[in-house]
Design a protein around this ligand. Sequence first.
Ligand SMILES: Nc1ncnc2c1ncn2[C@@H]1O[C@H](COP(=O)(O)OP(=O)(O)O)[C@@H](O)[C@H]1O
Ligand SMILES: [Mg+2]
Length: 250
Amino acid sequence: MINGDKKAKVVVSNLTRKFGDLLVLDDVSFTVGEGEFLSIVGPTGCGKTTFLNCLSRLLPPTKGNIFIDGEPADPKKHNISFVFQEPTPMPWRTVEENVSFGMEIKGFPKDKMRERLNYIMALVGLSATAHLYPNQISASMMQRLTVARAFAVDPDLLLMDEPYGQLDVKLRYYLEDELIKLWQTLKSTVIFITHNIEEAVYLAERILVLSNKPAKIKAEIKVNLPHPRKLIDPQFVEIRKYVTELIRWW
Ligand SMILES: Nc1ncnc2c1ncn2[C@@H]1O[C@H](COP(=O)(O)OP(=O)(O)O)[C@@H](O)[C@H]1O
Ligand SMILES: [Mg+2]
């Protein structure tokens, strides 16, 4: 049991990855609960992206296993969605066609796809721009497009790799609130990677802190605060300080 009441959705067991002699991930094990929002923080270069690539099976682990619903993670069976730091829209498809892409690949029935597409487009505020092309929309809409596309397939696991790292602060806060709303509505299991401590404390139910390379799990922190969180709430400040202290020695 995770966080007291959640059933295990994803189990990562002894995950290790080397590039030649370079050890990047060193025997990482943890569990993610069904519908949990987990954040992983670690310094730049510690192996966060490598870690997500192993989870999504873009990269084979050198050692270790990933289980989803008790079975070895398998892209043919499981739905693993990805949001990268750089948005990756398909320029020849409209906003709406970009958002529906994953559902098409997964073979969603037409009527179910249409219904879910309309629902998600409205949730992320993209309905009015459904028929525009990616080069006609703003940076914030582009990020919403990528996030909407990832949620649309009803993923078993949604992996986010510093999706808001390049955005200005105001926009970031706005999209973070929107992300929480999406997660609360759609109840997906999310692993959100960031090097930004405040962002992790703002979003996550639980935070895993990675060490410097080779990455190991250094600490686990539960954030038992309701959303939307307030950056100046004394409890928020206390947790943020605690995590900051933990990683002072990166
Ligand atoms: N394909 C690769 N070949 C060799 N080394 C790599 C490769 N990908 C990543 N690395 C190395 O692994 C380490 C972790 O990289 P990365 O996972 O991108 O870190 P992060 O996302 O935490 O910034 C870095 O030292 C990087 O140079
Ligand atoms: Mg990275």
